[in-house]
Design a protein around this ligand. Structure first.
Ligand code: ATP
Length: 507
């Protein structure tokens, strides 16, 4: 799996999906640029989200708030005081680590040991192997599983109690039990605030410290009244937003999974108090459906309901995706009561209330939010799509291909138009076809290399359909349509292309 992940990263670079930021200067850690195909794919994911939220819901509207906000916003939201990660330095290597990432590494090592035992046993017992039973009875598996459960419990309790000395002790114990960084020499654990700050105005004018927003949600909360009044919105209604967020992640790893500059797609749904359970269940289900509409099933997606909740929350779940490095959070759905709006009411001194005609009373609305990282979604899409296939040929030989089985509706290029040769008017005909289609579909013209190699290239970038323009095209106005996934080719009438594409690229 590690290997697959490395291959995906280099594939993403090779074909222009993702580059390291400032690469010619050796890069900037955990900051990435989207290349020519990456930008298209990212825009398509954004549009899939925006359309399903804003266009398909008559009571959800979208906004675009500024990255910079009044510094008190982050006081009210709790980010100034509590948006921290525990951090520890290794005295020998002078490297800095996030405590939770070190513990996660330790757990992964233990789980690796468990997997090894299971693999060994599966090889030995073949078809008779019962993994569930083996997990329940094998002493080595049981002992490692107990260690995993214990360390998870201990770490969680330490964080809940804000007991940083205990966090350090857990890391030291883990290091002794199973080397994770190769050194036992640590500084004390400290809390580190993840917000980037900068100065507004020049120093002479009395500059003030402002923050680069670490989430887009607060831009929605502080505009609640503006939108509700100007849009004449009645509860329940939602405000959606897509935008950049910044976090000074201590250990930023795993490619675009954890970045310092990233994008979020968030939606705050304002509801009557007392209706939170109903709306939480509703959004939980809706968001899972949104993912599954891309063709993903239970092997790739699952819920992880939170047992321990923030004091103001009534329910929270993560939608986890099976990344090449295991199931990890992709999206959060949270029932946040009136916590955020009430805090802004308190800190701003402005009344943030809704007059409910039905109930004949004013109150601060409750909120159910859905929050997904656009880049994380991009990584999910990329890793689910990457496939290496062996193709059996007619002459008995076999061939390899890398294919990105991207959902056709969000693929960066939907149709490749390929003239069989560079002469006899075939390029002109191919370009004429593109001129007709380009207002509706993202088309790509390619005349370089043999047709077989061009198909492989389109497979590698995830183009679901390719049409080849040949001499017959000039005679009877037909082309060959090739399907990326089945590699089937069929002759179709040029006039039929829009209809066929429309059906295939819609969700
Ligand atoms: P994590 O536990 O992975 O750090 P989080 O619980 O802090 O995530 P939230 O604050 O709930 O995340 O943010 C909502 C979503 O934003 C996450 O589900 C994730 O998809 C995305 N996200 C958060 N931090 C990052 C990051 N550093 N890089 C990329 N995406 C991120």
């Amino acid at each position: 799996q590690e290997d697959t992940f490395k291959k995906i990263i280099s594939h993403a670079k090779e074909y222009g999906f993702i580059f390291q930021s400032s690469e010619i200067y050796d890069g900037l850690s955990a900051v990435y640029d989207y290349g020519q195909l990456g930008a298209e794919l990212k825009n398509n994911i954004k549009s899939y989200w925006w359309k399903s939220m804003v266009m398909l819901h008559e009571n959800i509207v979208g906004i675009d708030s500024a990255i910079f906000m009044h510094p008190t916003v982050w006081k009210a939201s709790g980010h100034v005081d509590a948006f921290n990660d525990p951090l520890i330095d290794n005295k020998d290597s002078k490297k800095r680590y996030r405590a939770d990432v070190l513990i996660e590494d330790y757990i992964q090592k233990l789980e690796g040991k468990i997997d090894k035992e299971i693999k060994k046993a599966r090889k030995k017992f073949g078809d008779d192997f019962d993994e569930g039973k083996f997990r329940e009875t094998n002493p080595r598996v049981l002992s490692n599983q107990k260690k995993v459960d214990d360390v998870r419990h201990r770490f969680k309790t330490a964080l809940d109690n804000d007991d940083l000395a205990e966090v350090k002790q857990i890391i030291v114990d883990a290091e002794i039990a199973c080397p994770i960084s190769g050194s036992k020499s640590w500084t004390d654990v400290r809390q580190f605030n993840l917000m980037f700050d900068t100065k507004l105005g020049s120093v002479n004018e009395g500059a003030s410290t402002i923050y680069l927003r670490p989430e887009t949600a607060q831009g929605i909360f502080v505009n609640y009244l503006n939108v509700q009044k100007s849009g004449r919105m009645n509860l329940p209604f939602g405000i959606a937003q897509i935008g950049k967020a910044f976090r000074n992640e201590i250990v930023a790893r795993q490619f675009i999974f954890r970045m310092r500059e990233f994008e979020q797609m968030e939606m705050q749904y304002f509801i009557q108090p007392g209706k939170e359970e109903e709306w939480f269940a509703n959004w939980k289900e809706k968001r899972m459906k949104w993912h599954k509409a891309l063709g993903y099933d239970d092997t790739l997606l699952r819920f992880h309901d939170h047992e321990k909740l923030a004091h103001y929350a009534t329910a929270a779940t993560d939608i986890e995706f099976n990344f090449p490095f295991g199931f990890k959070e992709l999206e959060g759905v949270h029932s946040r009561t009136d916590f955020d709006l009430s805090k802004h009411q308190e800190f701003s001194g402005k009344k943030i209330q809704y007059y409910d005609n039905e109930r004949q009373e004013s109150y601060v609305p409750y909120v159910v939010e859905t929050s997904i990282g656009l880049d994380r979604m991009f990584l999910a899409v990329l890793s689910a799509a990457y496939k290496e296939e062996t193709i059996e040929k007619e002459n008995g030989k076999s061939d390899q291909r890398v294919v990105m089985a991207l959902p056709p509706a969000i693929a960066p290029i939907q149709l490749a138009v390929l003239p069989l040769t560079k002469k006899d008017g075939l390029p002109d005909k191919a370009r004429a076809i593109i001129r007709e289609l380009k207002y509706e579909f993202n088309c790509h013209y390619e005349e370089k290399d043999s047709i077989g190699r061009r198909y492989r290239r389109q497979d590698a970038i995830g183009t679901p359909y390719a049409i080849t323009v040949d001499h017959e095209t000039l005679e009877n106005n037909t082309v060959t349509l090739r399907d990326r996934d089945t590699m089937e080719q069929k002759r179709i009438d040029i006039d039929k292309i829009p209809e066929i594409l429309r059906e295939k690229v819609s969700l």
